[in-house]
Design a protein around this ligand. Structure first.
Ligand code: ADP
Length: 498
């Protein structure tokens, strides 16, 4: 395909700012597209975290650029340009100290920042204003999640007479439908859009403004991060109140499975782990396991070899950690140990802390965000637990497989698309799936894993299968390219109709 100019507009990108999978996807997708000779520019708010993560001093390209937001409402931003570390990808950083120079990206673990609507309205408008000013042309503006969902509607309603912007097509990716950017009605005034758009068919959502709806209604094409999730979001069960609207655009939604960053997540050259290993020679994994047992405060157990289960996750209702907490007493009776790394909602953290206190020999907990420890868990554990209630794609199961660590996961979303459940008779598979979001269903899958693990040869074969899975970005990127070309065609047709 011909080389495209693509803007990736997002609220996270690794390694500059990350709370979850979104950052990994944007970072890797941008790099991969660049290596395929497209011209890629990432737009990101200049958070404090990004300032600390940048290896070189960014170049200031705009000073005190006024950004018109709504009648009588203007703000100012500085704009910086940098390179995404270890790549040639340009990053444009939108700087406004009041909005973005904060401890966190979206809020403390407890509550969101009360001005998140204004922070991301500013970001969206500043990005478009900057593109307009520079006169740079983009074939595709690829927007991600609610934080950038207003861009497609702004483009159509406020910038349709601007030559450079009017010709761009938009692709909108839903990484997680449960975060929609829903704000009080009064926010409408500050979006710069008219009240005529505050209707249930457009941006209103039960008396409030819903930013995500703008992305769904006004983008040329949409993607979700796994094929199964693209179908699930049109159902009542997982449509989060938007299933009806999503159903009307069903034909425009493509499910593209995320890949993983194969440089960051590679046991053969991972600097964070006790010993490197690969699919042909997995000897080093035993050293990683031993080191992890020690680090998490568990007794060594070379002879007994109890199943060491790890997990690394945000602690949110979605991830099913309450199921782990409920099952803790029963898990403690099983021949397993569970090492948990995560941070997030304090109620869930509290439940797990209690469980870890009650069962110190079988449950160890680290409540923090720690990338290096995450690497050591992926490498050192035998199995990786993901009891997600829903999972748009999930990276943890794919990363763990690459480290020969077999996922024990709930059958939902991207987990269905990636985990091939253990077949007792055929001795095949690459992990374990359970159907219901209940302690019983999860415990049964843990039992299966313990059973499979007790047959060392079988376990080795499963590890071998898991490590052989291809979770590279190569095929996903081709799929995105095809969505981009569909979006460009759709935008051309749309313009002809206007
Ligand atoms: P989500 O995007 O819903 O949080 P994913 O499974 O798609 O879930 O991606 C999670 C990513 O964030 C993985 O790379 C995982 O290793 C990382 N991660 C999550 N929590 C932590 C943590 N506490 N410490 C380090 N890394 C974490």
């Amino acid at each position: 395909m011909s080389h495209l100019r693509i803007a990736q507009i997002a609220s996270e990108v690794t390694p500059l700012a990350k709370t979850g999978g979104l950052a990994d996807v944007v970072g890797t997708l941008a790099r991969e597209l660049e290596t395929r000779s497209h011209k890629v520019v990432v737009f990101l708010p200049f958070y404090r975290e990004a300032k600390l993560a940048l290896k070189s001093v960014p170049q200031q390209v705009r000073k005190s650029m006024p950004v018109h937001l709504a009648p009588g409402l203007t703000s100012e931003v500085n704009v910086y340009q940098a390179t995404l570390p270890d790549s040639k990808v340009n990053v444009i950083l939108i700087d406004n100290a009041r909005a973005f120079d904060r401890d966190h990206l979206y809020g403390t673990g407890e509550t969101d920042y009360p001005d998140n609507a204004d922070r991301f309205i500013l970001f969206c408008r500043a990005v478009l204003h900057y593109i307009k000013e520079t006169g740079e042309y983009y074939d595709v503006l690829h927007c991600h999640d609610w934080q950038t969902a207003l861009i497609p509607v702004y483009l159509r309603k406020l910038y349709s007479n601007e030559a450079t912007l009017a010709s761009a097509s938009t692709v909108f990716t839903i990484h997680n439908l449960s975060y929609q950017g829903v704000f009080p009605k009064e926010t409408m005034v500050r979006t710069g859009l008219g009240w005529d758009m505050f209707t249930p068919e457009l941006l209103e959502f039960w008396g409030k403004v819903n930013f995500l709806k703008a992305g769904i209604i006004y983008s040329d094409k949409m993607t979700t991060v796994s094929p199964t999730y693209s179908r699930e979001i049109t159902t009542k069960e997982l449509g989060a109140g938007l299933e009806g609207l999503l159903k009307t655009r069903e034909g425009d939604i493509h499910g593209i499975l995320n890949g993983i960053d194969e440089v960051e997540w590679d046991p053969s050259r991972d600097p964070h782990i006790a010993a490197q290993y690969n699919r042909r020679n997995i000897a080093g994994k035993a050293a990683c396991r031993k080191a992890l047992l020690e680090e998490m405060g568990f007794e060594a157990d070379e002879k007994e070899g109890r199943l060491l289960v790890g997990t690394v996750s945000r602690m949110a209702g979605q991830k099913g950690f309450d199921i782990i907490a409920q099952a803790a007493a029963k898990l403690a009776k099983k021949p397993i140990r569970l090492a948990i790394l995560g941070s997030g909602e304090s109620a869930i953290q509290g439940q797990l802390e209690e469980a870890a206190r009650a069962h110190p020999k079988s449950l160890a907990l680290r409540l923090k965000f720690d990338n290096a420890l995450a690497h050591r868990i992926y490498a050192g554990a035998d199995a990786f637990l993901m009891p997600s209630r829903f999972e748009p794609c999930g990276l943890g199961q794919m990363i763990s497989m690459r480290y020969g660590t077999l996922p024990i996961a709930r059958a939902t979303g991207g987990l269905i698309d990636t985990v091939k459940p253990w077949d007792r008779k055929a001795k095949s598979g690459n992990g374990f799936l359970f159907r219901d979001a209940t302690p019983e269903s999860m415990l049964k899958a843990v039992d299966d894993a313990v059973e499979a693990h007790s047959d060392a040869e079988n376990w080795k074969a499963l590890m071998h299968a898991a490590m052989g899975e291809n979770f590279s970005w190569a095929s996903s990127v081709k799929h995105y390219e095809s969505v981009y070309s569909h979006a460009i065609t759709a935008a051309e047709k749309r313009r002809k109709r206007q």
